[in-house]
Design a protein around this ligand. Structure first.
Ligand code: BGC
Length: 806
């Protein structure tokens, strides 16, 4: 343990006594233990289905009766989830790996070794740190040769757990003990592999870590599996996988590169002020598959099984809307298992410089017995063939186009092992959709582009297309008309819902104080209007609003379960769920969460986390799904459908480009419009069009110098006008006060409302807690001030979400 870690630990122990947001603090609270019907089984299935088996030299599954020696303290001090709002759930129980093995009727635990660990752990307890100072790992018990030799004598197999964590407001370190193995862990692996000839390594992590050590140990390590942070059923799921009751079927939703610096974003991640997204659309496998295949250790979509499958494409039907692929998947091995058919699109390089592969569709089979087959149908929409021309290279600036050339489809079980199954020729470049330029860079910088010379693809570069339009004019031309204020006419919100009055008639009744109140929350987290520990309330935050039938809407975090001072299920992290590639399962899981929401009295779950894994060090990657927007969008939609199945609301977040935690409130993501649309907004676009969330949350960071909670183009031009979104747009918790760039008379709440960000959460600001900050109404009715129509329009979106939440 380093001195820095020791100091952090000490401070953590003191601070966590006062910090109600600390996970440790909350889990000490006495709440009634509640276990939802069906949740343990489903959470266990999900935790197992998202685990990714990277290496297996015939060691797994372990034969019935195998005695297992567990090494690495996190087998006991397990990271069940990451830290911060995405992990702070008071769960009914946690099953660590030792308990999982003990519960498993096929495996035995080496209890002598386990007792040694327990004794040491008792004397060396972990600390959970404090906000933004979460531990990235826990220090290890030093192992002597005697201990390991005895363990070898007492057991058949060593299972070594490497644990990592991360959390909100803190990125991982490019250092030993975070991205890299710590010396203590290397020593542990050295000692264990010196004595055991059968060694399994489990990665209990929220982020991808350096994996170059796998090659170094070679045959000394027989199996390596990412088991991620699997929520409350983690240990049972791990035991199921080790003993073969469950056949691993998770697939990577991120590329594992040989070296951190092979990740294209490594050159511009971790800057305090701004990061230039130089790699442009070449995020993750889009880069590796196009330009650097040899820099990959484990490709996107990769994962092993205890059986083998054949994926056969039977036929492809093309029509004006797209392409329908029919596959037969057959289990060709000896044990039952599940396979995911992954369909990738290879676009022509074209003038825009397209990546050589992009995930276009996927589907997981049911459990297939040996020799059993299943038909799978996948559909690729013509829209997925488009690329965004942000600089006019195809003479169609600000448009989605289908470039002329050959479009190849590849099917298989990872991006690298996918056979060409169909080719489509596009005769000429087709303008698909003419749009408006949005949110483009203000300053010049260079981004990567793919270039074709004599049939070969090279990595070239280009200047980004800069902003060429006047945002102020765009906004002023689109200002909504005011509804004449009538005073109270006795119309209740239920009358609007029942069709007895219009929403405009209802809103006409609201005076300015009420309009101000409706466009912000009830000021604080843990609002007295909701159950203890909620994240804040909105809607009926004034008596007069409640009298008009607007009830308070209660929000709670978050992506891995409901964060209240009350017992709720802890789910596996987002990355694990995405690796399951099982959208049906994810939807079912969140359907149970939705029922818990009803029971606990919360209306909006601040989830799913939908940002792209641009870099493996981002502290909140565990909450998010993938480096790929398609799987992120589909997983997000599955969560939203589950959460909204019982009448409540999801709230996909953080819209958009929240790809780093360092200086998350001020950091500027400098990005081309093409990368913004094709990668970072795309996940949200897919999710929103597929599942219509009733709420969406903006992010803290800036995009091209504009804070996302003041971003008219993302929140209105794209979200509403292009995608037809009709729900409510809320801020992330408190926002940065600022004067409007285009309208210097407007600041803070007026700037926000003009930008189409309807609701400030949790309300007020940290200083004026308990009363409005005054900035919304300050300029109402004044020349160049905020207009009544704008405030009323935001109120309408919020009221619509109140009505839509049952
Ligand atoms: C996080 C959000 C979270 C909110 C409420 C913010 O710090 O960024 O993801 O939903 O707090 O807890």
């Amino acid at each position: 343990m380093t001195i820095k870690e020791k100091i952090n630990d000490k401070i953590g122990n003191i601070v966590s006594r006062f910090n109600s947001l600390s996970q440790e603090e909350n889990s000490k609270l006495q709440t009634e233990t509640v276990i939802s019907d069906g949740m343990p089984e489903l959470a266990r299935q999900a935790a197992a289905e998202g685990a990714v088996l990277l290496e297996n030299k015939g060691l797994l599954p372990l034969a019935a009766g195998t005695t297992v020696s567990l090494f690495g303290r996190t087998y006991k001090d397990y990271f069940f989830v990451g830290y911060g709002s995405g992990g702070d759930v008071i769960r009914p129980y946690n099953i660590d790996i030792a308990e999982g093995i003990e519960n498993c009727d096929r495996l035995k635990l080496n209890t002598t070794l386990h007792s040694i660990y327990l004794e040491w752990i008792e004397k060396n307890p972990v600390s959970h740190g404090y906000w933004a100072h979460w531990p990235l790992r826990y220090w290890e018990m030093p192992l002597t040769d005697e201990i390991v030799a005895q363990a070898k004598a007492d057991s058949d197999v060593a299972v070594v757990t490497i644990g990592r964590s991360s959390g909100e407001d803190r990125d991982c370190d490019l250092d030993n003990g975070s991205y890299f193995l710590h010396d203590e862990e290397i020593e542990m692996l050295d000692t264990v592999t010196a004595h055991f000839d059968k060694v399994v390594v489990l990665l209990n992590v929220g982020n991808i870590i350096d994996m170059s050590w796998v090659k170094h140990y070679g045959d000394k390590i027989g199996a390596v599996m990412y088991v991620w942070q699997g929520g409350m059923e983690s240990g049972n799921a791990v035991a199921d996988l080790l003993c073969g009751k469950v056949n691993p079927s998770g697939r990577l939703t991120d590329t594992i590169a040989r070296n951190y610096y092979d990740y294209p974003s490594s050159a511009s991640f971790g800057n305090k002020k701004a990061n230039e997204y130089t790699e442009d659309i070449f995020v993750g496998y889009r880069y590796f598959e196009s330009f650097a295949q040899d820099k990959v250790l484990y490709p996107f979509g990769y994962g092993l099984s205890y059986t083998s499958f054949e994926i056969k494409c039977n036929d492809v039907k093309a029509n004006d809307n797209g392409f329908e692929f029919n596959f037969t998947v057959t289990n060709t091995g000896d044990v039952a298992g599940k396979e995911t058919v992954q369909l990738y699109l290879g676009k022509p390089c074209g003038r825009l410089g397209n990546p050589s592969r992009a995930l276009a569709a996927f589907e997981k089979t049911e459990l297939l017995e040996p020799k059993q087959s299943q038909s799978i149908t996948l559909f690729v929409d013509m829209y997925q063939l488009t690329s965004f021309d942000d600089c006019g290279s195809t003479n169609n600036a600000s448009s989605y186009v289908i470039e002329k050339g050959e479009y190849s489809f590849y099917a298989g079980n990872n991006v690298r092992q996918a056979e060409k199954v169909f080719t489509y020729f596009q005769e000429g470049t087709e303008l698909w959709q003419q749009l408006k330029q949005v949110c483009s860079p203000k300053n010049d910088f260079i981004v990567w582009r793919a270039e074709e010379k004599s049939g070969k693809i090279y990595l070239g570069s280009k200047h980004v297309a800069k902003e060429k339009y006047d945002l102020a004019t765009r906004i002023l031309n689109n200002l909504p008309a005011a509804i004449e204020q009538t005073g109270d006419k006795g119309i209740k919100l239920a009358d609007v819902k029942n069709g007895k009055a219009t929403l405009d008639e209802f809103v006409a009744q609201l005076d300015n104080t009420e309009l101000e109140a409706i466009t912000r929350g009830d000021y604080k987290m843990d609002s007295p209007l909701g159950p203890k520990g909620n994240a804040g309330a909105y809607g009926g935050v004034l008596e007069s609003l409640r009298n008009k039938g607007i009830r308070p809407i209660i929000t709670t975090d978050g992506p891995s379960g409901i964060r209240l001072i009350s017992c709720c299920s802890l789910l596996p992290i987002g990355t694990l769920l995405a690796c399951s590639f099982n959208t049906r399962l994810v939807e079912q899981l969140y359907t149970i969460v939705a029922k818990e929401m009803k029971e606990k009295g919360t209306d909006v779950l601040l989830a799913p986390g939908m940002n792209i894994h641009r870099n493996p060090l981002c502290g909140r990657n565990f909450e998010y799904f993938s480096e790929d927007p398609y799987v992120s969008g589909k997983m997000g939609a599955a969560c939203v459908k589950g959460i909204q199945s019982q009448g409540g609301s999801a709230c996909p977040k953080h819209f958009a480009c929240n790809n780093q935690e360092l200086c998350r409130n001020t950091n500027d993501s400098q990005i081309s419009e093409r990368a913004l649309r094709e990668i970072y907004l795309k996940a949200f676009e897919i999710c929103i069009k597929d599942s219509q969330p009733k709420n969406i949350m903006t992010s803290y960071n800036k995009i091209n110098n504009v804070w996302c909670h003041y971003n008219y183009d993302t929140c209105v031009t794209v979200l509403r006008n292009e995608w037809g979104y009709e729900g409510n747009v809320m801020t992330d918790w408190w926002m940065k006060p600022s004067k409007s760039i285009e309208f210097p008379n407007l600041r803070d709440q007026a700037y926000r409302i003009r930008s189409g960000v309807n609701l400030l959460m949790p309300g007020g600001d940290r200083v004026t807690n308990g009363k409005p900050d005054g900035t919304l109404l300050a300029t109402l009715g004044k020349p160049d001030g905020i207009t009544l129509g704008e405030i009323q329009q935001s109120a309408k979106y919020i009221l619509k979400s109140v009505m839509d939440i049952e």
